[in-house]
Design a protein around this ligand. Structure first.
Ligand code: ADP
Length: 220
């Protein structure tokens, strides 16, 4: 059963980005109301998402009829049409949706979205491009970058670490990164401690400044 405690989310625009977003939220057991004006998209996702309806989201009245005003959150996942995306945000603002997330495809697009009242602006293409660039040039397995030059990443246990201990290697003093988790191949991640086993093929979770994390992982 899906949650109906106000945790529902409206996803508008089932393009390449929106369909993954709606599917992930559904897997997280969230009630999703998905809207797209293209009947073919609606048809395509009708068995994967609880409620998928065909409507033009720039029409405030259409959204009102669908009950969008009673949702606490909406995501405008339209990317290609700046006009449709901006008018949709405006309609959601008029309906009084308390948390509006909107996808921007450029800085100017983002400015307009914020000025009409979007609360969170996201840049999926820019963020993914940036993240993948880090993965390509370094030996990082995965990488999340935060504000203020801080990152958390997963990295293979460096060859020089194998068979030693964190107590002995002191990566925080040497490289400025903190090892917070580790896993032995085939097992789950565990919080790292001084005597965490550092095995060949193992993976570490490290945190620190972006450059430090990158340098710790090594270049590819
Ligand atoms: P992506 O890059 O994620 O594929 P697109 O911008 O190409 O994003 O696709 C956005 C989706 O939004 C499409 O499925 C399109 O039919 C839908 N869409 C565009 N305008 C509207 C609108 N006014 N109302 C509802 N859905 C819309």
């Amino acid at each position: 059963a899906r949650r109906s405690d106000g945790g529902g989310i409206v996803v508008i625009g089932l393009g390449r980005f929106g369909c993954h977003l709606a599917a992930s939220l559904t897997r997280m057991d969230r009630e999703v109301l998905a809207v797209d004006r293209n009947p073919a998209q609606v048809q395509r996702f009708s068995d994967q998402i609880d409620r998928v309806v065909q409507a033009d989201s720039t029409e405030e009245g259409a959204l009102r009829q669908l009950g969008v005003a009673s949702f606490a959150r909406a995501v405008v996942a339209i990317g290609a049409s700046v006009e449709a995306s901006v008018l949709t945000v405006l309609a959601l603002v008029e309906l009084g949706v308390p948390q509006i997330w909107a996808r921007a495809t450029s800085q100017k697009h983002a400015k307009i979205l914020s000025s009409v009242g979007a609360h969170h602006v996201i840049f999926p293409e820019a963020e993914t491009g940036d993240r993948v660039a880090h993965l390509i040039v370094s030996r990082l397995l995965d990488f999340v970058e935060f504000d203020d030059d801080f990152a958390i990443a997963t990295v293979r246990v460096p060859g020089s670490f194998v068979g030693r201990t964190l107590l002995d290697l002191r990566p925080e003093e040497r490289s400025g990164v903190r090892v917070i988790g580790a896993k032995v191949p085939g097992e789950r991640f565990r919080y790292a401690s001084d005597d965490t086993p550092l095995t060949q093929g193992g993976v570490l979770i490290v945190e620190g400044g972006i450059d430090q994390v990158q340098r710790f992982a090594g270049r590819r």
